[in-house]
Design a protein around this ligand. Structure first.
Ligand SMILES: Cc1cc2nc3c(=O)[nH]c(=O)nc-3n(C[C@H](O)[C@H](O)[C@H](O)COP(=O)(O)O)c2cc1C
Length: 250
C-alpha cells in the first residue's frame, strides 16, 4: 500500500547542506503554488511568504538561525502568519477585532505551519531538499525589522530550499503503539516496550550513521533538547505589539 506521497514522506530527511546549483524561479513557484493546496483554517489563507534575496539580510538571518549556509545557499523563504491581508479584506471593526483574537492568531500560525510542511513535501518530490528553520524566532523582533513586517503578521518559520550536497540518513520515528490511542488517552501495555524498541532503533541510528556518529539514548536526548531549547518568552509580547491578542494581560 504505497504511492508517491508515502514514498516521499518515508524518505524524508532534513537537508542542511546544499550545492551551488541554482533553484530556478519556476521550481520555486511550483513548490509554493502546489503547497498552497494544503488545508487552510476557515479558508482564510492566513499566511504569506517573503523570499529573502538581499545578501545582507540573508547573512543576518544566517546569524539569527546560527547556520551560516542559510545566508548563502539555495533559496530562502520566511513563512509568515498573516492576518494583515484579511484585515484589509474584512474592513469592518468587528471583523478586524476577530482577526486579532487567539483563535485567528492560532489559525494563522497553523496555516503557516501546514503550508511549510506541504512545501517540504513538494520540494522533496522534485528531488530537492529543505530545512525548516524555527530558529528565525531566536530573534523575532530583528526579523520583523529586517523584513519590515506590518501589523498582524509574524514570522513562523524560515525554509531554505536547495539541491542536496549530501544525503543524510533518515531518522527513525516512534512506533504507533507509543502515540496512537483508542477512544481515550490510555497507554497500551506495550507502551514501555515500544519506547524501549524505539530507543534501540535510535541508538543504532546514531551509532551507524555515516557522519557524526554518537552514543545517544531517547531519554537523554529529550532532556538535552529541553535543556538547550530556546524559551521564546518574548514571542507573546511581540505578537501583542503586532496587534494580536489584545485580550491578554501583560
Ligand atoms: C518546527 C520545526 C522547527 C525546526 N527548526 C530547525 C532549525 O531551526 N534548525 C535546523 O537545523 N533544523 C530545524 N528543524 C528540523 C528538525 O531538526 C528535524 O526535522 C528533526 O531533527 C528530525 O529530522 P528529519 O527532519 O531529518 O527527520 C525544525 C523542524 C521543525 C518541525
Amino acid at each position: 500500500m504505497t504511492n508517491s506521497v508515502t514514498d516521499i514522506l518515508e524518505a524524508h530527511r532534513t537537508h542542511r547542506n546544499f550545492t551551488d546549483q541554482p533553484v530556478s524561479d519556476d521550481t520555486l513557484a511550483k513548490i509554493i503554488s502546489t503547497a498552497q493546496h494544503a488545508p487552510t483554517s476557515q479558508y482564510l489563507q492566513a499566511y504569506s511568504l517573503i523570499e529573502v534575496t538581499d545578501p545582507t539580510t540573508r547573512a543576518a538571518l544566517g546569524k539569527i538561525t546560527t547556520r551560516a549556509t542559510v545566508g548563502t545557499k539555495g533559496r530562502l523563504l520566511v513563512v509568515l502568519a498573516d492576518q494583515h491581508r484579511n484585515a484589509k479584506l474584512a474592513a469592518t471593526p468587528d471583523a478586524k477585532r476577530a482577526l486579532t483574537e487567539l483563535d485567528r492568531f492560532m489559525g494563522s500560525v497553523e496555516d503557516a505551519t501546514l503550508m511549510t510542511e506541504a512545501m517540504v513535501m513538494v520540494t522533496e518530490s522534485l528531488g530537492l531538499g529543505s530545512v525548516v528553520l524555527g530558529s528565525i524566532n531566536n530573534d523575532t523582533q530583528a526579523v520583523i525589522d529586517l523584513l519590515q513586517l506590518p501589523a498582524l503578521t509574524l514570522p513562523v518559520f524560515g525554509v531554505q530550499i536547495g539541491y542536496p550536497a549530501s544525503q543524510p540518513e533518515t531518522k527513525p520515528r516512534l512506533g504507533l503503539d507509543a502515540l496512537l490511542f483508542k477512544d481515550h488517552y490510555a497507554e497500551p501495555e506495550t507502551y514501555q516496550a515500544e519506547l524501549d524498541k524505539f530507543d534501540a532503533q535510535l541508538h543504532a541510528y546514531y551509532q551507524q550513521r555515516g557522519s557524526n556518529a554518537r552514543d545517544e539514548h531517547l531519554a537523554d536526548m529529550t532532556r538535552e533538547a529541553l535543556g538547550t531549547a530556546a524559551k521564546r518568552r518574548d514571542f507573546l509580547k511581540i505578537a501583542r505589539r503586532a496587534g494580536f491578542l489584545p485580550e491578554i494581560e501583560d
